[in-house]
Design a protein around this ligand. Sequence first.
Ligand SMILES: *Cc1c(COP(=O)(O)O)cnc(C)c1O
Length: 400
Amino acid sequence: MTDFKTTKKLFALPEGVIYLDGNSLGPLPLAAQDRVASCLRDEWGGMLITGWNKAGWMDQPRALGDRIGRLIGAAPGSTVVGDTLSIKVYQALASALELRPGRSVILSDSGNFPTDLYMAEGLVRSLGQGHRIETPAPEDVAAQIAAIGDDLAVLMLTEVDYRTGRRHDMAALIRAAHEVGALVIWDLAHSAGAFPVDVTGADADFAVGCTYKYLNGGPGAPAFIYVAPRLADQARPALSGWLGHEAPFAFDRDYRPGDGIDRMRVGTPPVVQMAALEAALDVWDRVDMDAVRTQSVALCERFIAGVEATCPDLRLASPRNAAMRGSQVSFHFDNGYAAMQALIARGVIGDFRAPDIMRFGFTPLYIDESDVDQAVAILSDIMVNRLWDRPAYHTRAAVT
Ligand SMILES: *Cc1c(COP(=O)(O)O)cnc(C)c1O
């Protein structure tokens, strides 16, 4: 069993703040401070370039990948960290398309996070092979798979919709896509660390995700990529960087992809960021994902019930059925931006997603029932008394 009272003490949470935005940027794991300080002082400072071997910097992308792998149901040796999620999306899609020559459709959905679709568009343009990206409504994806049939090259979806928290049925969609011979890429940005994921059991082909949201690796933490072991030696890397080479330090003129997941490495890994991520994963090593899910559902249900009982102007944007939700709850409100600013001014940090979504992440590692109750009380005060309706709260910042 996971003791969430203990895990809460492992994070830096400023006094007077209820942090419901760990789905966007996880808080600082306290141990990351010493881990990063030691990486700077003892490793970089003390070892200089020998740190690559002595401090194991070069092996970190694989070691951290395996620890994330446990959380997403990946076998050891099938996940590696590096780069950003946008880049990992590009890599996965490029390899998947190459494995399905002659097929022209990339199927995603209209709720996917923009960067995933932008990266796909850029790739399609540089390939110049006439691929087409289709983005039906999320609930129409299954029907589209059947309709496109054997012209479907790749199904590329984010499991949990970043706006609404709606969750796709991963296993069923993979089965449907495999039936028409397509490959499937899952973006687990809002899944890894949010609930148990089983890429092996669901038979995913590729999966990617970031480590700065639920995993708490810190702003700029590296992303991860998983390739099913049955494909890992066939998938050809489009971003054929030297650290994905079979023998980087042979400095060969010709590129030869490394074994398995190693070929998804590109260039020099971010050593200091990996030190922070390592400390963040120390927390996850003691956590049972089933317990996280149970508690996350309880917190989300408590929040929905509280808000619906006291804030009639807010309309639930997330699925009511917990089984179809990730670990966030969203509400529609026309003045959602201003209301969120008013909430943040009172110490309740969520975020706003255009056009009218107020979004709240529930992360049992450091959020408990009393946080939820206080957040509901403050939100209802703001709504009932229209405290959001002040000029200062209507001015938009660059990052919402
Ligand atoms: C957060 C998020 C990203 C962010 O990509 P970066 O390259 O890390 O900036 C991409 N896709 C999804 C689905 C996300 O939720």
